[in-house]
Design a protein around this ligand. Structure first.
Ligand code: SF4
Length: 336
């Protein structure tokens, strides 16, 4: 972890207003059946998610595939607008913005996708792909567009000579650098990084993570960093939020999460994280069985109770609140 950044981020959390407030966010997808496509239910991909993100910090959002973390990221920036709930950015509810205010906010909130290849139009040159958002948002014209594109290519570790190449001429790591440049060229404040290193070779992952950390420092960026593996999240995040079936079940500073996870599901994820020191490997392993329940029909009470080894009667009856001060967990019997 970059200690300078970490020291910078934690006091900000205590003294500043959140840059982004997510309140009771829901994203439901209808399940249609029959000739007239009648709605027979909903897949509750995100189901009542609350999260504050402070300026300059990185919040890691982790969980198994299908837990709703990518949907959360897309709903937050209104790429896929939420079904219900509020996203408040710099004190303003995104759903109420219109006209120039909405356009400005769109530039402030950007996303880096997991698969840079499918997010870049293969028929366009990199220079054109980077110029597009500048021209669309009327942030530059004429020679200034070329100047900004060249500058951005150098910032992400490419050169102006890459401007005339097509996406297929780049390696995976280079393409992700282009994806980062495309997000950064609009000078955003918050970037949703949606599994940006999952599709890359391990050796390239470290380079991209270091680039993201350097850019955060240089441009005072705030990240929501989505991943299913804890390695990258531990390296880059100030705080970690663990998601299960559309809800955050635990939220804590990275160090606290790794030393003292309170929710049984977080502990299961941590158990899957490899420990390099063989002398520390003899910790108690928490094992769970069964599959993740369907988000179309999530269990009542604590949604983890069907798999939790500590479940008691109350767990299937009452939904635990995400409670605590600095370290929050949604569990009737948090681990000590
Ligand atoms: Fe397990 Fe009960 Fe805690 Fe849910 S509330 S995680 S079922 S102990």
């Amino acid at each position: 972890m970059n200690t300078k950044l970490k020291e910078h981020a934690i006091p900000l959390q205590q003294s500043q207003e959140p840059l982004l407030k997510v309140q009771n966010l829901k994203k439901y997808y209808p399940i249609k059946k029959g000739i007239i496509s009648r709605t027979v239910g909903h897949v509750k991909a995100v189901d009542g998610l609350n999260l504050d993100i402070y300026p300059g910090e990185t919040v890691g959002l982790v969980g198994e595939s299908g837990c709703g973390k990518s949907t959360t990221g897309r709903a937050i920036i209104h790429l896929d607008p939420p079904t219900a709930g509020k996203v408040i950015f710099k004190g303003k509810d995104l759903s109420t913005l219109t006209g120039p205010e909405l356009r400005k906010t769109r530039t402030d909130l950007q996303i880096i996708f997991q698969d840079p290849y499918s997010s870049l139009n293969p028929r366009k040159r990199i220079g054109d792909l980077l110029a597009e958002p500048l021209i669309h948002h009327k942030l530059a014209s004429g020679d200034e567009v070329h100047r900004k594109v060249d500058e951005m290519l150098e910032i992400v570790g490419l050169t102006k000579f890459h401007r005339n190449r097509y996406p297929h001429e780049f390696s995976g790591g280079q393409r992700q650098r282009v994806g980062i440049a495309r997000a950064l060229i609009l000078n955003p404040q918050l970037i949703v990084c949606d599994e940006p290193v999952s599709a890359l070779d391990v050796s390239i992952q470290a380079q991209v993570l270091n680039l993201l950390k350097d850019l955060q420092k240089e441009f005072k960026l705030t990240y929501l960093f989505i991943a299913h593996g804890l390695g990258a999240v531990k390296y880059i995040s100030d705080r970690i939020a663990v998601m299960y079936l559309g809800k955050i079940v635990e939220l804590a500073k990275t160090e606290d999460m790794f030393k003292n996870a309170k929710h049984p599901y977080s502990q299961v994820l941590l158990n899957a994280y490899p420990i390099p020191n063989p002398h520390k490997r003899n910790r108690d392993r928490l094992v769970i069985e069964g599959d993740v329940p369907s988000p179309a029909n999530p269990p009542k009470g604590c949604s983890f109770h069907t798999r939790c080894p500590f479940a008691q009667k109350i767990c299937s009856e009452q939904t635990p609140e995400l409670a605590g001060e600095d370290h929050l967990a949604a569990c009737h019997f948090p681990l000590s």
